[in-house]
Every structure is written in structure tokens, then in C-alpha cells.
Ligand binder design. Structure first.
Ligand SMILES: Cc1cc2nc3c(=O)[nH]c(=O)nc-3n(C[C@H](O)[C@H](O)[C@H](O)COP(=O)(O)OP(=O)(O)OC[C@H]3O[C@@H](n4cnc5c(N)ncnc54)[C@H](O)[C@@H]3O)c2cc1C
Length: 275
């Protein structure tokens, strides 16, 4: 995925688009016949918009236990930026989905010990990853603790040193050494301001037609945020929808121009005169 994103960034860089990162679109306004996209820090006037907001702005679900809250960023991490940060550590992963199992698998050879704690024995991860982690558990390389949940965080001298987990039915507790706790509990998604933009919505998705129109003239959508009969949430479909949406948006801005996608095989687009 990283390689694909890099290739896409490199390809678009040829056209020198302006990028404004680390901003959240919070509102849409209309001014003198054009839209204004509003973020926390900027206002972007525009005649057309393509929304590709996926499942919306999303944030990791936090552990519900109050004892965990003070330790976020200081021993409890809900994102793994660099797996090598956990080399040689005792890691307790909490969760039963893909992220929990993927990290249990990937940190196994780096960490001193990996324990995966889940409140049931119903896992929602890819079958082969579950089988791999279960095999590692049988071989004594990973500890799997189904039917357990976080009970308390243990600290010494202001440093997280362990965790107390509790069996959900019997309430029997056990202490585990832990240098880091990784809650992998899924994400909250929120389409936020988009809900008030006058688009055709179905739950948290935008209903589009075959031109990727959203119900509000001049606004198009593509990717996971869209809904239509037969929609597949895949990268390949998102690419196709984005091409349609962008071509329609250009046509909206310049109605006299035909909808006419360029081909990357036409080297003139890249400034080359002779093929
Ligand atoms: C675990 C997993 C594995 C997958 N594996 C595959 C696979 O192997 N092959 C495949 O084809 N597909 C796969 N998919 C699906 C694929 O990831 C999605 O179809 C694709 O990422 C959708 O792209 P998108 O651009 O529509 O949305 P996203 O990739 O979700 O991007 C949306 C972006 O919009 C941003 N955003 C949202 N709201 C705002 C706002 N208000 N202001 C500013 N920014 C905002 C978000 O932060 C995010 O960066 C997988 C999905 C998951 C969850």
C-alpha cells in the first residue's frame, strides 16, 4: 500500500497540484455563486468539489476503562508508527480484529513477549492470521488470553510496568508485565459536516449516480463514501469513480468542454512533444 501511495503521489506531482495536509474539512459555504470549503485553518474557494472522504474522519476507539486514559501516549498506543519502537518490550495487545492479530503476528519476533487479550473467543481477523497466532500460542511464542479484559494499569515511578487483566465471567485477575499496551479496538467514523451539505445520504454514505453526482449540483463523490447498487469498496473501483467524478467536475466548471478524459499514453500530457 505504501508503494502504491508513493507511486500515486509521484505521478500527481508531475501536474504540481496544491496539497493542504493535516486539515479537517469542517464546513461548506456558498459565496458569490461558488463554494467555499472551510477547514480549521483555511478557506478554499472552489466551483466544484469531489468528495473522497472514505468512511469520514475516523479515530481509534479508546479503552473504556478510566484507568487507561492517563497512559495514552505514555505506554498506551493505539497506533503503531514504527514496529521497531517495540523491540525487546513486553507488549499487551487488546482486541480481536485484524489490527490486533496483524500486530500480534508482526511484533512477535521483535518483542520480548506478546500477549493478546480479547473479551471473547470470537475473533474477527483473517482466518490465516488467527491460525498463525494460535500456532504461535501453542508453541509458547505468544500468549492468547480470550475472555479477558483490562482491569488496571500498573506503574512504578511514573512508568507503566504492567497490566492487570480480568477473566470476564469469573472476575479472576492476573498480572502481566507490560512496557506497552496496544488497544486495537477499531475506529469511530464520523462523516461530520458532510451530513449537513444537502447531499443524497444513506446512513453515512453518499448516494451517487453513474456520473458520481451527489444530489447537489457541482459536488461529486468517489471511493468508499459512495453508495449505489452493486458498489464494491475496493481501491480499483475508487480509482474508476474518481476519474468519472473529476471529468464531470471539469465539465461542470467548463460546460462547453466535452467530457474527454486524457490518456497517460498520450505523452503530450506530460509535456513530451515526440512519442
Ligand atoms: C483492513 C482493510 C484492508 C483492505 N484491503 C484492501 C485490498 O487488499 N484491496 C482493495 O482494493 N481494497 C482494500 N480495502 C479497501 C480500501 O482500503 C478502500 O476501498 C479504499 O481505501 C477507499 O479509498 P477512499 O479514498 O475512498 O477512502 P480512504 O482511503 O478511507 O481515504 C479517505 C480520506 O479522507 C480523509 N477525510 C475524511 N473526512 C475528512 C474531512 N472531513 N476532512 C479532511 N479529510 C477527511 C480521511 O482522513 C482519509 O484520509 C481494505 C480496507 C480495509 C479496512
Amino acid at each position: 500500500a505504501k508503494d502504491m501511495v508513493k507511486a500515486l503521489v509521484d505521478q500527481t506531482a508531475q501536474f504540481k497540484p496544491a496539497s493542504h495536509l493535516n486539515q479537517n474539512v469542517t464546513a461548506l459555504e456558498e459565496e458569490d455563486g461558488h463554494f467555499v470549503l472551510v477547514t480549521e485553518t483555511d478557506r478554499f474557494p472552489t466551483r466544484s468539489i469531489v468528495i473522497a472522504a472514505g468512511i469520514g474522519a475516523f479515530s481509534p476507539r479508546r479503552l473504556p476503562q478510566a484507568c487507561a486514559e492517563p497512559w495514552y501516549g505514555k505506554g498506551i498506543f493505539d497506533r503503531v508508527a514504527n514496529p521497531d519502537d517495540f523491540r525487546g518490550q513486553n507488549i499487551v495487545i487488546i482486541g480481536g480484529g485484524d489490527s490486533a492479530f496483524d500486530w500480534a503476528q508482526q511484533l512477535r519476533d521483535r518483542a520480548q513477549a506478546v500477549t493478546l487479550v480479547h473479551r471473547s473467543d470470537k475473533y474477527r481477523a483473517h482466518g490465516s492470521t488467527i491460525a498463525d497466532v494460535q500456532a504461535a500460542s501453542s508453541a509458547g511464542k505468544t500468549m492468547l488470553l480470550p475472555f479477558h479484559e483490562l482491569h488496571d494499569v500498573r506503574a512504578e515511578g511514573g512508568k507503566l510496568v504492567g497490566v492487570t487483566v480480568r477473566e470476564v465471567k469469573t472476575k479472576v485477575t492476573r498480572d502481566l508485565d507490560a512496557d506497552a499496551i496496544l488497544p486495537m479496538l477499531g475506529f469511530h467514523s464520523d462523516i461530520g459536516a458532510l451530513a449537513e451539505w444537502g447531499l443524497n445520504l444513506q446512513k453515512d454514505e453518499i448516494v451517487v449516480n453513474s456520473m458520481m453526482e451527489t444530489g447537489r449540483p457541482g459536488i461529486y463523490a468517489a471511493g468508499d463514501i459512495t453508495a449505489y447498487p452493486g458498489k464494491l469498496k475496493l481501491i480499483a473501483t475508487g480509482f474508476g469513480e474518481a476519474a468519472t467524478a473529476v471529468n464531470q467536475a471539469v465539465h461542470w466548471i467548463y460546460p462547453d468542454k466535452k467530457v474527454n478524459p486524457g490518456h497517460s499514453s498520450n505523452m503530450a500530457i506530460f509535456g513530451q512533444k515526440d512519442d
